[in-house]
Design a protein around this ligand. Structure first.
Ligand SMILES: [Zn+2]
Length: 159
């Protein structure tokens, strides 16, 4: 699959297109992390069916994420969660040799009066999940603390 992808692009078999009821007029939409093949011209019922399928797919993905994160019952991990990005003025980062778009993390010793900020050694955490999406995931029962831990680890999820 990988080789085909690199040389000729991706091939979709006719049976697959027929199974999806796409008809002759097909539109490909590439979004961040997803490519969608859908009917080019749709009736209202086509649109309803397409939205239904996208919703089913979303629920499928939510279930996988929920399985990996577990359900939260107001755990300590979630209560201590910092959901705001740490920001420093660019000139300070430049002097320190930290890329201005780097993710930062802070270390604090209680009552010391000192906050140590440095470049994080991971790529993403919960602050990279948009607030409205975070609310949706939380309402779904997903533990935000566990999700943060998985985002920091960056490992592949279990299906
Ligand atoms: Zn939790």
């Amino acid at each position: 699959m990988k080789n085909i992808n690199q040389t000729k692009g991706l091939t979709v078999e006719n049976e697959v297109i027929e199974h999806a009821n796409l008809g002759e007029d097909i539109v490909l939409t590439a979004t961040d992390h997803l490519i969608v093949l859908a009917k080019g011209k749709m009736s209202a019922m086509d649109m309803v069916k397409t939205i239904e399928s996208l919703t089913d797919l979303t629920h499928l993905y939510l279930e996988v994420l929920a399985k990996n994160c577990g359900v939260c019952e107001k755990c300590g991990h979630c209560e201590d969660l910092e959901d705001e990005d740490i920001k420093l003025p660019e000139y300070l980062l430049e002097i320190a040799g930290v890329p201005t778009d780097a993710k930062l993390c802070a270390y604090v010793e209680e009552d010391s009066g000192i906050v140590r900020v440095e470049e994080a050694d991971y790529e993403s955490d919960i602050t990279d999940v948009p607030k409205d999406l975070r609310n949706l995931l939380q309402n779904y029962g997903i533990c935000m603390g566990e999700l943060d831990a998985l985002l920091v680890k960056g490992e592949l999820l279990h299906e």
